[in-house]
Every structure is written in C-alpha cells, then in structure tokens.
Design a protein around this ligand. Structure first.
Ligand code: XUL
Ligand code: CO
Length: 437
C-alpha cells in the first residue's frame, strides 16, 4: 500500500531541471569541505507537524485528509498507519533521520503505565521500519505540553505530583530514544513559564526546572545514553514568558545550576526571530560558548509575531548560519530537523514533498555558498584584521589581566593618545556576501 502514489524517489537533477519534485542543490554524495552533503546536513523529518497535525488553526478545523488521521477509527491501527506513511515518505525523500515526541507515535492510554506499554509496542514497528529503510533517529522528546495536566507547567508546575509525572514520562522517553539509537535527546519547555506573575513564584519555578534538568542529566549518565541532551530555547508561545527564552538565557540558567556541561542547544530559526535575534546570532552565540547542538529549520513571517513554522527558503540566511557552523567545527551529533508546517491550504500529501525538497535545497544552497565564502577568505580576513590590535602588545596585556585602570589611564594620558576610527564596511561586506548567492 502506498500513501504517496504521485512521488517516486526524489533525485538530484541540478539547478536547471524543470522537475518540481527534484533536488536542485541537495546532492547527497557531493563532497563539501571533505564531507558528503548528507553528513554535513543530517536532514530530519519531524513526526508532529508532518504526520500528526491535521492542518487546524485556532479558528478552524483540520484541512488535511490523511488516512492515518481519520476520526473514529481504531487508534492503534491509525498509529501503525501513520508510522508506515512516515517511513514511506522518509524513504522517498531520502532524508536520513526523523524526530518524534512520545505522543506523536503513541496515543495516550488511561494510565501512564498503559501509555508506556502502547509506546513500547509501536516502537517495535518503528524499529522494523528503521531497519528496512536505513533511517536513523536524530532525537526523541517527551510531549510535556499538550495534555491538560501540564497547563500550569511540567517541571515548573505548582504541584509536585505533576513534576513527578513529567519525570516518569521523560525517563521512559529518554530510554525509548536510546533503544532506537537516537543521536540526541531534546527538552523544549513549552509550558515552563508563566501567563502572569500574579500567580507565579518565579524563584521556585526556576529551582524546580533546574532540579528537573539535573535529574535528566543524572539518568542519562546512569543508562549510558551516548548523545547530548539538548535544550530548545523559545521566548514565548504558548506561554507569555518561557524560561528557556533564548540561547543566552539558557546558558545563564545552566551555569546557575552548574549543568552547563551537561546540555547543548537545539536552535530553531522561528524561535530566534521571536526572541528578536537573527538566526545567525543564535548559532554564533552557541558556538562561542561551546553549546551548539542541533537545528530546527523553519522560518517566521516578518509581519507576524508568532511561530508560523514555515519551511525555510532563504539561502542567504542559511549561508550565514553555515559560515558560523563550519567555522565552529561543523555539525556533530546534531542535524537539520524540519520543525515546519505546511500552510493550511496545502492539503495534498504531495505538498509535503514540495515543502521538504525546497527546505533541503535552500539549506544545501547555503552550504555551497558558505563553502565558497570560506574558500574566498575575504570575509574572515576582514574580521581578523579588524581585531588585529588585540594580538598586539597592548591588547595581549589587557586580556592577560596585566593592565589596571590606572595603567591604562597612564598609557593614554602620557602620550595624549586619540584612537582613529576605521570603517566597519558593512555595505561592502553585504555586497561581498551577495556575490556568493
Ligand atoms: C515548538 C517546537 C517543538 C519542539 C519539540 O515551537 O519547536 O516542536 O521542537 O518539542
Ligand atoms: Co522545534
């Protein structure tokens, strides 16, 4: 049985092809800076938006007619159908990885024990599909935000029984991720925040979240889960304020609880936009602090202040992000997960292919541009020269802590020194970047 009869295996045909369902830039075996494109990008398809979300929004019902989302049918049979559809899609697209929440794969049972059993049973089907297709798991995560029990938070809930429930769910999902050979485990604090400070004890909630993350790190060590734990920053939505606001806030939080070496970041483009950052900033910040982990690839809309989760299409943005990634040593356990939604009117199953193909091509095109920019070297040289003074005698002495304020005042006053400003050349550099796109 096929769920995508209109599409065969998607192939690379080059920039000039007229085929709408072919790759123009993503050529998985092409070697870029000593590594195959497939191994650089490590593309992943997510279960939740692409196979669980029916095309609903806050004003309207689902618009997608997917057989595995049919109402009133046997929930387990539908879950099996969904797994089959997802792996047919992954295979035809040629994406090497997928990502899931526990609740994407398995419907919730009447008790947590039952929910665990349903997930474990369905994972057998996932394992078989992975073995058959050669697909791997980029990361798993527990859904600690959909069920009403989590409305006031999971780890940050005023009720410790909810904390305990969330802990049990994460334990099981981390172990399930390990069972599938997952390369990372993600925590996104969707409800770890507040709607109003009027009913919130902020100090307590931060300590609860700190404790929760320590417990996850301890359990990871205990079971020998190999990959990194990743935190996914997002400033708000669904709550008014989320404690994992952006990369800098998460890093400060981790340091405060002494767990900055236990976690890295899963950076999402639209979350960076909501936090008021360019995506390049979030990648650069994570790299600079040694906490870069993985990427959720999507984009927002410049005029809409919410998480539109659109598929990426801006090669320029990705070229700049790639420059940071490649300069920082490249992608390791992470990858590019398409945490992106079709538009509600894109109702055909084939639209899922158009969306992912476009996203993979935009990111691949960005990679090729970054390769050329790095080989050219002018951008990097400009930055290096701009800071060259810090490699000289004065700069080194300051940074080594051998100059006091008095010393520096003496240095300037003794010789009446007046520094000479130099152009930052922003427009010239922007023009230079454009030449590689
Ligand atoms: C929500 C979001 C999540 C996380 C996983 O904005 O990005 O889907 O990626 O829970
Ligand atoms: Co995400």
């Amino acid at each position: 049985m096929t769920h995508f009869p209109d599409v065969d295996r998607v192939r690379f045909e080059g920039p000039d092809t007229e085929h709408p369902l072919a790759f123009r830039y993503y050529d998985r075996n092409r070697v870029v800076l000593g590594k195959r494109m497939e191994d650089h990008a490590r593309f992943a398809v997510c279960f939740w938006h692409s196979f669980c979300w029916p095309g609903s929004d806050v004003f309207g019902a689902g618009t997608f007619e997917r057989p595995w989302l049919a109402a009133g049918e046997d929930a387990l049979e539908l879950a099996e159908l969904k797994i089959d559809a997802a792996f047919e899609f992954l295979t035809k697209l040629g994406a090497p990885f997928f990502c899931f929440h526990d609740r994407d794969i398995a419907p919730e049972g009447d008790t947590l024990r039952e929910s665990h059993a349903i997930l474990d049973r369905l994972l057998e089907r996932v394992e078989k599909a992975m073995a058959r297709s050669g697909t791997r798991l980029l990361w798993g995560t527990a859904n600690l935000f959909s069920h009403p029990r989590y409305a006031a938070g999971a780890a940050t809930n005023p009720d410790p029984e909810v904390f305990a429930y969330a802990a049990a769910q994460v334990k099981h999902c981390l172990e399930a991720t390990q069972r599938l050979g997952g390369a990372n485990y993600v925590l996104w604090g969707g409800r770890e925040g507040y709607e109003t400070l009027l009913n919130t004890n902020l100090r307590r909630e931060l300590d609860q979240l700190g404790r929760f993350l320590c417990l996850v790190a301890e359990h990871k060590q205990k079971i020998g889960f190999a990959g990194p734990l990743l935190i996914e920053p997002k400033p708000f939505e669904p709550t008014k304020h989320q404690y994992d606001h952006d990369g800098a806030a998460v890093f400060a939080f981790l340091q405060n609880y002494g767990i900055e070496r236990e976690f890295k970041l899963n950076l999402e483009v639209n979350h960076a936009t909501l936090a008021g950052h360019d995506f390049q900033h979030e990648v650069a910040y994570a790299m600079a602090n040694g906490i870069f982990g993985s990427i959720d690839a999507n984009r927002g809309d410049a005029r809409l202040g919410w998480d539109t989760d659109q598929f990426p299409n801006d090669a320029r943005e990705w070229a700049l992000a790639w420059c940071e990634i490649l300069r920082g040593g490249g992608m390791h356990s992470g990858g590019f997960n398409f945490d992106a939604k079709l538009r509600r009117q894109s109702i055909d199953a084939t639209d899922l292919f158009h969306a992912h193909i476009g996203g993979m091509d935009a990111i691949a095109r960005g990679l090729l541009a970054a390769e050329a920019m790095l080989a050219d070297g002018r951008l990097q040289r400009f930055v290096d020269e701009r800071y060259a003074g810090w490699d000289g005698a004065l700069g080194r002495e300051i940074l080594a802590g051998r100059q006091s304020l008095e010393d520096l005042a003496g240095h300037v006053l003794a010789n009446d020194l007046e520094p000479h400003p130099r152009s930052g050349r922003q427009e010239m550099l922007e023009n230079l970047v454009s030449r590689f796109l």
